[in-house]
Design a binder for this molecule. Sequence first.
Ligand code: ADP
Ligand code: ZN
Ligand code: ZN
Length: 767
Amino acid sequence: MGAAMGFEERAVQVGCAVLVPLGGRCAVGFVVSVEDRPRDAFDEQMLKRMKPIIRVLTDPYFDEEGAACAQWMADRYIAPLSSCIRLFTPPGAVPRAVRTGEGRWVVEQPAVGQVDDRWVAAGPAIEGFQPKPNAVKQQSIIEAVRAGDLRVAELAAELGSVSGALKSLEKQGVVRIERRRRQRFVLPGEKLPACASPAQVGGAGRGSAEPRTPGFFSLTAEQQHALSVIEGACERGDGEVVLVDGVTGSGKTEVYLRSIASALARGRSAVVLVPEISLTPQTVGRFRGRFGDQVAVMHSRMSQGERYDQWDFIRSGAARVVVGARSALFTPLANVGLIVIDEEHEGSYKQDSAPRYHSRDVAVWMARRSGATVVLGSATPSIESLCACEADPAWQRVCLHERANRKPMPEVTVVDMAAEFSRGERSMFSRPLAVQLQRELSAGRKAVLLLNQRGFAKFLLCRDCGFVPECPSCASSLTYHEHGNALVCHHCGYNVASPGCCPACGSPYLKKFGAGTQRVEAELRALLDGMEGVGPSVPVIRMDADTTARKGAHEALLARFAEPGASVLLGTQMIAKGLDFSDVTLVGVINADTQLHLPDYRAAERTFQLIEQVAGRAGRAELPGRVLVQTYEANSVPVVAAARYDRELFLADEHVKRRMLGYPPFVRMANILVWGKAEGEVQDAAMQLQREVERAVFDYAGPDGGWTVLAATPCALSRLRNAYRWHIVVKCPAGQDLSAALLGLFRHRKPSRTVNVAVDVDPVSLL
Ligand code: ADP
Ligand code: ZN
Ligand code: ZN
């Protein structure tokens, strides 16, 4: 790094954005370290390569720890350092270097920043100004401004398009238009939607700067134990991890809240990560209810301006608790003593673009460096975390076996859809499910129906016997490819023509699987309309990627569902989380097994988790709940084990399989993705890369290190967004440094213009 120049107002500090010469142009970079050395400490060669910093553009975005973390992530996840640094900068608020029409370089100030609102105020010429009689809008604007300054947006909301009228008034000096600072989003005292019950927000009044006194109930013995283990870890300050393994409704959130209160009392701050889809006003409300204005919120559905304001609020030091999605790990919160990761098993903690980091691993790394404590919580912990608790002395597991309200977990009934089908039932709603729907809805109660839609890969399934064609050598289901009508194994490349009838029973009812929510909704509507005591007045609320795309749509749908009386919430995975309605008495899983057949080693784990999670949504309060799981795999271990709440049964089976087939946590994996527009080029590049990877692995681990490089094959999602996708899977023994073996190769590879390559270290999915 160059030396600080005297002419700058801002000093060069770690974390600053700086303007630097780069080749023939200017670029914005970030200071990652500052060293003070005399000139003669450098040789000629180095002096030649050194460039002065042209200008310091901003105050620091991150400190030495942030810089170290970015560097660690870049190496661990084999990602560009710049992509890791970006995580620490407020989105959209960093200046950029751009070339003007005349070829000059200028620094473009970001559109997002502290000043973002346009206000209208009275100008010097307002006194006595008379607009033309037909200029109605001008008249209205003047009246409004005479009463006080207001935002352009407010004017527009009331009067429609106002830009023409404003421009004309501004020109005549009648009004002034200025940009002013605003705190967007999540102002204290923000209203909660109707669906949050007062009990969930801790009862106490909200909006004051003082932390609430803890909730009015006393902790259960198990909660108390969990809290004291966490407090012990905080006291030691050795970067330990505590896994809170507690059934849904066992009061994990209450444990987080008290742990945070205790961290704050020690003068430390806290970060709480929740999955994006659980980051509802309900969730935020629980933290605000306890910690008031000290809570900042960070998630990707907020606008850049909103995120900037929260970021700035955190940097100011006024925020002590940050609640957010995975990116909340990288805000400038000082003195973090506690990092809570709720629903730690969730796949969304892994970022699916560079840097492909896992929040849990980053949190553990950060905590180890700073002596903070990591609290992981889940009713269905990931197999990795469970194993770490067994193997790593820095990890501890505490269990909450009972729901806080002492209600039993709902009974889970498995409905064998293959049997239903052979009895002549053709509907996607089985008889038992229809019977239960009728019973609950006609009594004015609510039902939640889950349509399991993970993955896009199609597979074949015999509707008579439930047979799914599998790879003879990989024990994973074959993926159906429209193109060529073929079945393909995505682990080894095995490829056969799709059969015309079931190889197991000869039935012609071989179905390609994958049903859309809209179709299910239509069928459900028809079913309810013809149902005695139910009919068209019972609403079906569909919640999927389409209906929740708009900001606030998620909350609005939940609020509708919460209205008194019978209703059905039909949705994809996103409904399995965070729902807490007391009058949901029936939960149905329409297709529990679709992901069981995805060619993905986590399919069984996800299926088990999904059923357990969704079961926890029923019977949370006074009324007992019932769960129906429809499946063509009624006898598969994940389904049977989930229905019995028998995790040991599931784990025993899954461990054997993973060990035998060589999957995490018994090995570490890297998934090397190769994609591009031209199929042939992608294939060639993948084959070529495979040889390079083999060489790199050989150089690092030798011939007998227990490492494997699997043959390049098309991905299960072989075409995505118009690109052809291939992949190469690398496996190494658990505990070895996979990244170190591959880093050199990928740092020095020349990028191709037509074929992209990315490494996914410790992937959560191989699709
Ligand atoms: P989890 O996060 O484990 O699913 P929650 O923290 O949401 O569980 O708790 C479920 C419900 O139980 C919440 O309404 C919460 O306020 C309540 N609760 C938590 N702990 C207690 C307790 N010790 N006594 C009574 N109610 C509790
Ligand atoms: Zn295979
Ligand atoms: Zn069959």
